[in-house]
Write a protein that binds this ligand. Structure first.
Ligand code: 5GP
Ligand code: MN
Length: 353
């Protein structure tokens, strides 16, 4: 039922690690999303169920909308407890790198992770993985890392160990990385897996509510402000841009995570195929860019060319150390350059409808 996407050699190698290793540390990316946390906690519950000592280290903090996940409270924030996280990373037998492709995606955790003498495994679905792990399970075709963790547990022969906690975390990752199964979600394999997870009594409706209907009043009001005042629509480029300055965020009682998903909103407009959201992050002194696209428009190329970032074809991000005004100018320069592109997938944006 579930395709085996891993080579026998890779699976056999990890099985050997499982025989001698007792301590595991799972690390995932900065500003973790539902897939980062879902896949990490799924693996955490699986390994803990096998009697291993397991820790999850996240570079910054657990977002509110995921704090209900089983064992989310056990995750260690590198920002808050760097000594503990460093100690765990140096003393562990195995480091599992989930949902990121290169060490820079884990911020300050990178140095400690790279220095650790532990065996390292990467399970991820981003393009162009770096060569920093002993086992590299990179599958850019997968819609989420959570899906890959499920397939990995199955490949290890532990299908039956996917209990309700593991299943809940897997489903959360799969759901969030596909926008509630609205993009990147056409493969039948996804629904085979969900069918199995439902047999483990996951409450998929409650998971949806916990993630998507659990926002603060300030978020909804900020969204109203964004839609009314801040969304610029460029029909001639099939594109929309949203910017939010630190001042605007403060005026709207912004809390971390409040702008999650805003970048998707303009795609609800007929004809809009590319959306860019630029948010000033005064704490980090950066402008954070989030990009989304529809169909073959490669927003990750825009992210890597203009915002030092990357990601998936339809969902990517990046950041620049500059002012919001400068970031906006970079966006317009990028669009100007894109309007002259020979790439059919990019030209799509500038066709008259
Ligand atoms: P989001 O817009 O939700 O922050 O990020 C969407 C996707 O873009 C992430 O899943 C990740 O793949 C990618 N991404 C976000 N920020 C960055 C970044 O700064 N650098 C790179 N390389 N990828 C990013
Ligand atoms: Mn992911």
């Amino acid at each position: 039922m579930i395709d085996n996407v891993y080579s026998k050699a890779d699976v056999a190698e990890f099985k050997l690690w499982m025989e001698w290793a007792s301590r595991f540390v799972i690390v995932t990316h900065i500003s973790p999303d539902g897939d980062a946390i879902g896949s990490s906690l799924a693996l955490y519950h699986y390994l803990a169920g096998k009697g291993k000592s397991v820790s999850v280290v996240i570079p910054d903090s657990m977002p509110d909308f995921l704090s209900w996940l089983p064992a989310a409270e056990n995750a260690i924030s590198y920002k808050e407890q760097p000594e503990l996280a460093d100690k765990l990373l140096q003393e562990t037998d195995v480091v599992c790198c989930l949902d990121f492709n290169v060490p820079t995606r884990i911020g300050n955790v990178a140095e400690s992770m790279l220095q650790s003498k532990a065996k390292k495994i990467l399970i991820d679905h981003h393009l162009n993985p770096g060569d920093f792990c002993d086992l590299l399970l990179s599958r850019p075709d997968a819609s989420s890392t959570a899906e890959l963790v499920f397939q990995f547990i199955c490949a290890l022969g532990d299908y039956s160990e996917v209990n309700n906690q593991v299943a809940t975390c897997i489903y959360t990752g799969m759901m969030t990385d596909t926008g509630g199964f609205t993009y990147n979600s056409n493969h039948s394999r996804i629904y085979h897996i969900i069918s199995f997870l439902l047999k483990n009594n996951i409450d998929k409706d409650a998971i949806y509510r916990n993630v998507y209907n659990n926002y603060s009043e300030s978020r909804l009001r900020l969204m109203g402000y964004v839609l009314h005042k801040k969304m610029k629509v460029f029909p001639e480029m099939s594109t929309a841009l949203i910017t939010l300055s630190d001042k605007e965020l403060k005026e709207n009682h912004y809390k971390k995570g409040d702008s999650e998903g805003f970048v998707n909103l303009p795609l609800q407009i007929k004809g809009i195929k590319f959306s860019v959201f630029l948010r000033e992050d005064a704490d980090e002194n950066i402008i954070k860019a989030s990009l989304r696209s529809v169909g073959d428009v490669p927003c990750n190329i825009f992210a890597s060319t203009y915002f030092n970032g990357g990601g998936h074809k339809n969902a990517s991000g990046g950041e620049i150390h500059n002012s919001l005004k400068a970031a906006e100018a970079i966006f317009f320069k990028g669009m100007e350059e894109w309007s002259k592109s020979d790439d059919e997938c990019i030209k799509e944006l500038f066709k008259k409808s």
